[in-house]
Design a protein around this ligand. Structure first.
Ligand SMILES: *[C@@H]1O[C@H](CO)[C@@H](O)[C@H](O)[C@H]1NC(C)=O
Ligand SMILES: *[C@@H]1O[C@H](CO)[C@@H](O)[C@H](O)[C@H]1NC(C)=O
Ligand SMILES: *[C@@H]1O[C@H](CO)[C@@H](O)[C@H](O)[C@H]1NC(C)=O
Ligand SMILES: *[C@@H]1O[C@H](CO)[C@@H](O)[C@H](O)[C@H]1NC(C)=O
Length: 473
């Protein structure tokens, strides 16, 4: 990978040469090169690791970015399964154990008053991935599908509570006192849809498929998912609005959330209707989040061109890469297009990883080299994009349904059958004595306008988190 550009000044060329040794070399045709690149970027992500941090065992800037840590651990679980490098496995299990909560639903007491439905989902995604790849269970905890079902059941009851407006839809927040209680958005409903779909494929239980269909129908009905597969940010039930208008901003993680759910439904049902939806999402994602469309490199079109991506937003490409990759496995007709998109993006990401005099990655992958912006989400996005090239090296998606899933038999599965265990009441190693977290280099406390992770009205996240700001223990 060349790190020097066409710059004609000697100084810049010399600087680039000096950094060439720390560039992330990536030959996308060579598995061991991809593994080495992923390993280097994983180290860059792990700079943020802090076992004592109450923000999910990673240092996160203020305000409270616990959800990002959940996304990070999900990425490191994929890393472990794709590369067979077990460096992070013990810490991963420790972090999940400390954050799964006493009721085994990713609602730890430490996050009470902060946690929203989408935050919970971004930790559950690690649990769903563990379920699908037969990853170790947590000591003293039920199997991963039981944990996922516990969270699913919470989403069901909250949906039912929230159905007095808009004829359904899950709210962003589950705490009525939280700012953002009136927002019914795509990251949340896409999460519920995806959770139901993944449980349906894994268990073969129609109840989950019925909910996936129900959330799908609501999302399309209200206009969060359009007929041409754009996914818009959210809609509101504030003051009688009844979801009559939609906020049309598009973020890559929103379309990714629905894409991955649709991929599981396509795989589970074998139905051409779901396959068409998957291919529709892939095309729309290609046209919206890659430049130039289809052959280009992934970019967060809402904030990247204006250099305005916030702490949340720099991580969104991690979701798109992660779930595009898994879609390539689950839906064979999408494989070629998806892997082409990921390959170009991985090359772009890798060549950006020359920041800070080491291998720190940049937020934008469409230019040359490092663009000067780095944080947890940036590293995670680069990691997921590069390692997704190894998605076919992962174990086959397991299933206990014994039918429908075309995966190899689930006999090697180490997880217990669904429904054999009730919600356990004892706590795991889950620590309730969590200590101080420190802010990172990225530690700005302000969320600029347009900077909320789930809403363009940046005040939502900001207000929610900062109003409820509390002293760390
Ligand atoms: C890269 O350099 C930055 C700035 O000095 C440092 O904070 C970070 O830990 C380094 N990354 C790695 C992977 O060593
Ligand atoms: C609210 O919106 C839902 C879904 O679009 C619709 O079914 C319902 O009739 C609306 N209720 C009112 C009071 O407008
Ligand atoms: C299917 O899942 C639902 C929701 O968890 C559960 O109530 C039901 O008992 C399950 N059905 C079977 C046949 O396992
Ligand atoms: C489901 O996914 C598997 C790979 O995990 C694939 O072999 C199979 O063809 C897929 N089934 C359908 C119906 O797409």
């Amino acid at each position: 990978m060349k790190t020097s550009s066409s710059s004609s000044t000697f100084a810049v060329a010399a600087l680039a040469l000096a950094h060439a040794g720390s560039a992330v070399e990536l030959n996308t045709a060579d598995t061991s090169s991809i593994k080495t690149a992923a390993s280097t970027v994983a180290k860059g992500l792990y700079v943020f690791h802090n076992e004592q941090a109450t923000t999910g065992q990673f240092n996160q800037p203020q305000p409270w970015f616990w959800w990002l840590s959940g996304s990070g651990w999900t990425g490191l679980m994929d890393y472990t399964m794709y590369t067979k490098d077990t460096t992070y496995k013990a810490d991963l299990l420790s972090a999940l154990g400390k954050n799964v909560g006493p009721n085994f639903d990713f609602q730890p007491p430490e996050q009470s008053g902060w946690e929203a439905n989408d935050d919970q989902a971004y930790w559950l995604y690690a649990g769903l991935t563990a379920m699908e790849y037969g990853f170790d269970t947590l000591p003293g905890a039920p199997s991963w599908d039981v944990i996922a079902t516990n969270t699913f059941n919470l989403f069901v009851s909250r949906w039912n509570t929230d159905s007095t407006t808009c004829n359904g839809g899950l709210k962003w927040q589950y705490d009525p006192k939280a700012n953002g209680w009136t927002y019914k958005n795509s990251v949340t409903n896409g999460a519920f849809f995806q959770t139901a779909a993944r449980l349906a494929r894994y268990t073969g239980n129609q109840t989950f498929a019925d909910w996936a269909n129900k959330v799908w129908d609501w999302s399309t009905g209200v206009g969060l998912v359009s007929a041409d597969y754009h996914v818009y940010d959210g809609t509101s039930d504030d003051k009688g609005a009844n979801c009559s208008s939609v906020n049309h901003i598009e973020w890559s993680y929103n379309i990714a959330s629905y894409l991955h759910g649709a991929a599981h439904m396509a795989n589970f049902t074998g139905d051409a209707v779901w396959e068409k939806r998957v291919l529709g999402f892939v095309d729309t994602a290609a046209a919206t989040f890659f430049t130039p469309a289809k052959t280009g490199v992934m970019f967060e079109q809402q904030c990247e061109p204006s250099h305005a991506c916030t702490t949340d937003q720099t991580s969104f490409k991690a979701s798109l890469s992660r779930w595009l990759g898994k879609t390539a496995v689950l839906v064979p007709s999408a494989t070629t297009t998806v892997m082409g998109l990921l390959e170009n993006s991985a090359k772009g990401a890798a060549q950006s990883c020359v920041g800070n005099g080491n291998s720190t990655c940049g937020v934008s992958w469409t230019g040359k080299g490092f663009d000067g912006q780095s944080d947890f989400g940036v590293e995670l996005s680069a990691l997921e994009t590069i390692q997704s090239l190894l998605v076919f090296d992962a174990p086959a998606f397991k299933s206990i349904s014994g039918k429908k899933s075309a995966n190899p038999p689930a006999s090697e599965s180490s997880t217990a059958p669904a429904g054999t265990s009730t919600v356990a009441t004892s706590t795991t190693a889950s620590s309730t004595t969590l200590i101080t977290t420190t802010t990172t280099a990225a530690g700005s406390t302000s969320v600029p306008a347009g900077g909320s992770k789930s809403s363009p009205t940046g005040g939502l996240t900001c207000g929610k988190k900062q109003k409820r700001h509390r002293k760390h223990r």
